[in-house]
Design a protein around this ligand. Structure first.
Ligand SMILES: Cc1cc2nc3c(=O)[nH]c(=O)nc-3n(C[C@H](O)[C@H](O)[C@H](O)COP(=O)(O)OP(=O)(O)OC[C@H]3O[C@@H](n4cnc5c(N)ncnc54)[C@H](O)[C@@H]3O)c2cc1C
Length: 302
């Protein structure tokens, strides 16, 4: 069985920053990433990144290029396509899709996954959760889209699609929108944007590339069904904490940590989005927490 001093789960910016700090503080580490590429969510950022100082990046691809050119990451030998499946907290064992490791420390930096809408399972007209309403909006030009969700990302998506689409329906399950007022102001000025609150999709039917969405609502003015070309779910994210079952979670499967990023198990740390949830999801916090976790590990050595 392979013994690893610091095992890092996830090759997004959190995990990569942890690897850099391990090298800096003389700890040996091994990074496992379940997909075939490093970068995590960065690869899906199509907006300008202006809040990760000092550089302003035009998009995630530009940031990822710089990140992968970092001397430590260039030398890193991550194991790609390897998923952490479970942990044995008593014996410091980590089981992956390929192997079992004994780890002195485990840093979980597995990020988040967009939520799906069960009623839309099997529907071919659902846009990818990573569909960019800034760079890809023109691909739905002249078509009808239903955006699902009432938070910032849903309203931002609806507002970005509105100038391109014929009709944008914004379906919100709750009575009210949770988004910031700037988004509320923007969508209220868009004539082709139809807001349907207290409304959920019951069933769907596909015919000739069009979708009929049968709606459930107690409001008499809400139509029973709408016809659209595409559906864009924007119903939040959940922490990728599956497989780490003994650890405590909060809200949408986010891992609970203390101020040093330590979970309920002293040898296991959690950093980045999997610990922060959507409210504090950011590049800068993920990087900072990586430093904190690895420094804390380093202090245990002395
Ligand atoms: C469209 C978009 C725009 C954004 N814009 C900004 C912005 O402008 N500014 C900003 O600060 N932040 C932005 N963010 C948020 C930012 O990208 C995230 O906060 C940050 O990338 C989180 O990094 P992370 O390492 O915690 O997780 P992730 O980037 O999600 O990386 C987690 C990695 O772990 C891997 N993984 C998951 N489960 C396992 C497992 N069991 N075993 C092994 N590997 C696993 C995943 O495949 C993934 O590669 C944006 C996010 C999105 C989606």
């Amino acid at each position: 069985m392979e013994h690893v001093q610091v095992l890092i789960a996830g090759g997004g910016i959190g995990g990569l920053s942890a690897a850099i700090w391990c090298q800096r503080l003389g700890l040996s580490s091994l990074l496992l990433e379940k997909t075939d590429a490093l970068g995590g969510q960065i690869a899906h950022i199509h907006n300008e990144i202006w809040d990760f100082p000092p550089q302003v990046y035009p998009d995630g691809a530009a940031l990822l290029k710089d990140l992968l050119a970092h001397p430590t990451i260039k030398q890193l030998r991550p194991r790609l396509g390897e998923t952490i499946l479970s942990i044995d907290v008593e014996n410091h064992l980590v089981t992956t899709s390929h192997s079992v490791y004994r780890a002195d420390y485990l840093i979980i930096a597995t990020g988040v996954t967009p939520n799906v809408i069960p009623a839309l399972e099997g529907c071919s007209r659902v846009l990818s959760p990573w569909f960019s309403t800034t760079s890809q909006a023109s691909t739905i030009r002249g078509q009808d889209v239903a955006v699902i969700g009432g938070g910032d990302r849903a309203l931002e998506g609806a507002a970005n699609l509105s100038p391109h689409a014929r009709h944008v329906y914004l379906l919100v399950r709750g009575k009210q929108l949770r988004a910031r007022s700037e988004w509320l102001d923007r969508i209220s000025a868009m004539p082709n944007l139809h807001l349907l609150v207290e409304t959920q999709i019951d069933t769907f039917a596909e015919e000739d590339g069009r979708m009929t969405l049968n709606l459930r609502s107690n409001l008499p003015a809400t139509p029973r069904s709408i016809s659209v070309d595409w559906i864009l779910p924007r119903v939040g994210v959940r922490g990728n904490s599956q497989g780490f079952d003994p650890l405590d979670t909060y809200d949408q499967h986010y891992l609970v940590t203390d101020c040093n990023q330590v979970t309920g198990e002293q040898w296991i740390y959690a950093i980045g989005d999997v610990a922060n949830g959507s409210a504090y999801s950011s590049l800068s916090l993920s990087v900072g927490q990586a430093m904190k976790a690895v420094k804390h590990i380093s202090q245990q050595q002395t």
